[in-house]
Design a protein around this ligand. Structure first.
Ligand code: IMP
Ligand code: MG
Length: 173
């Protein structure tokens, strides 16, 4: 199953970059508490690795959305399949997502979450594919890696629910 995966970003490279980004976030939010909103399922590995490295007080909540059917094509429909447990009102919220592709999912989510009156609302993504962006207004405050337009798996990202557990980012060939 792993034979046909080409490694794009090895584990060490990812972890080093998460260290840097966590450092940046910790200094930007110094003196504040940060409420991380992990977007399931793809964001879960990144959220954990990031959270472990943050030095500001952190709380965490989880949300699941579906924007893709089985396979690699967007269905264009975004649906909240699991909502947050906690209100966002007055909190400094950082959404943590695996990848920003067309930007449709996050564009929709940001609009929904803004209506819950967080004190601040920003976005952090492990990967960004800017070439694919349809929703230009989606601002990613923290990006670990900008990647070319290839379908990637691992570190939380799946192809038909498989490969999420790979400790690196790879391309299925
Ligand atoms: P967007 O709405 O097009 O930005 O898509 C965002 C979601 O699509 C991500 O959260 C992923 O779940 C999925 N996705 C987009 N590109 C990839 C990829 O290269 N590999 C795996 N999942 C992807
Ligand atoms: Mg996702």
């Amino acid at each position: 199953m792993r034979g046909n995966i080409r490694v794009m970003l090895p584990e060490d490279t990812i972890n080093e970059r998460i260290n840097q980004v966590a450092h940046e976030i910790s200094s930007d939010y110094a003196g504040k508490e940060l409420h991380l909103v992990c977007i399931l399922k793809g964001g879960v590995f990144f959220t954990c690795e990031l959270a472990k490295r943050l030095t500001v007080p952190v709380s965490m909540d989880f949300m699941a959305v579906s924007s893709y059917g089985a396979g690699t094509k967007s269905s264009g429909v975004v649906k909240i399949t699991k909502d947050l447990d906690e209100p966002l009102e007055g909190k400094d919220v950082l959404i943590v997502e695996d990848i920003i592709d067309s930007g449709r999912t996050l564009h929709y989510l940001m609009e929904v979450l803004k209506q819950r009156h967080p004190r601040s609302l920003r976005l952090c993504a492990l990967l960004d594919k800017p070439e694919r962006r349809e929703k230009k207004e989606v601002q990613v405050a923290y990006t670990c890696f900008t990647i070319p337009d290839e379908f990637v798996v691992g570190y939380g990202l799946d192809y038909d629910q498989k490969y999420r557990n790979l400790p690196y980012i790879g391309v299925v060939e």
